[in-house]
Design a protein. Structure first.
Length: 200
């Protein structure tokens, strides 16, 4: 599975470690969206490969991200649907081409990133979350080192800093600090099962 960075990799490994009956899969942190896109052609052509997952952030435009991935797949003879599946896209393999899975963070339709997905895993009513939000919101504008649209990322990392393993989202999953039974995380788990399960 191709991912953009270490946090994406940590989440995938964290889910794999706590969710029963999740198939085994390798997670390849490519370091950036550009590196993920550049790797698609090569990875889907690896002889004997049965499945390739692609997980990227939508950022400011989920539509543009979808078009970028679709274009790379078209270059190796794989036709993607016109739009992503809100449950996580699966394109069945044919001939020598593997099954392809595409998940655009956070939910295959909205603009955003991994942190928007992780926010849905914070337990409802968590007593520390409002304090993390208040801390970040209380930083004077002139002292902020992050853009306004990245405030949720700052709030989430402030919250993670209070966990048993500070700042490590994957370990927060394993420790039970981040819930894996929410609607969105269950969709991701189901997508992983459909992508990597029952490979002949």
């Amino acid at each position: 599975m191709l991912v953009e960075g270490p946090d994406d990799r940590a989440i995938a490994i964290g889910l794999r470690s706590v969710v029963e009956s999740l198939p085994e899969f390798h997670v390849d942190d490519r370091g950036s969206i550009e590196q993920v896109l550049d790797a698609i052609r090569q990875e889907v052509r690896v002889p004997g490969r049965k499945a390739v997952g692609i997980v990227v952030d939508a950022n400011e435009s989920s539509g543009q991200r979808w078009q970028a991935i679709s274009g790379r797949l078209a270059g190796v003879g794989i036709r993607a649907p016109a739009e992503p599946d809100m449950e996580g896209t699966i394109i069945e393999g044919s001939g020598r081409l593997p099954r392809i899975g595409i998940w655009i963070m956070p939910d295959n339709g909205s603009d955003g990133e991994l942190e928007d997905f992780l926010f849905t895993m914070v337990p409802e009513g968590d007593p520390i979350w409002p304090r993390a939000v208040a801390y970040v919101d209380g930083i004077p504008e002139q002292d902020r080192k992050f853009r306004k649209k990245k405030a949720l990322r700052a709030q989430l990392h402030a919250w993670l800093a209070t966990r048993r393993e500070p700042r490590l989202s994957g370990l927060a999953i394993r420790a039970g600090d981040l819930r894996v039974d929410g609607v969105l995380s269950e969709k991701l788990v189901d997508w992983l099962r459909r992508l990597f399960g029952e490979l002949e």
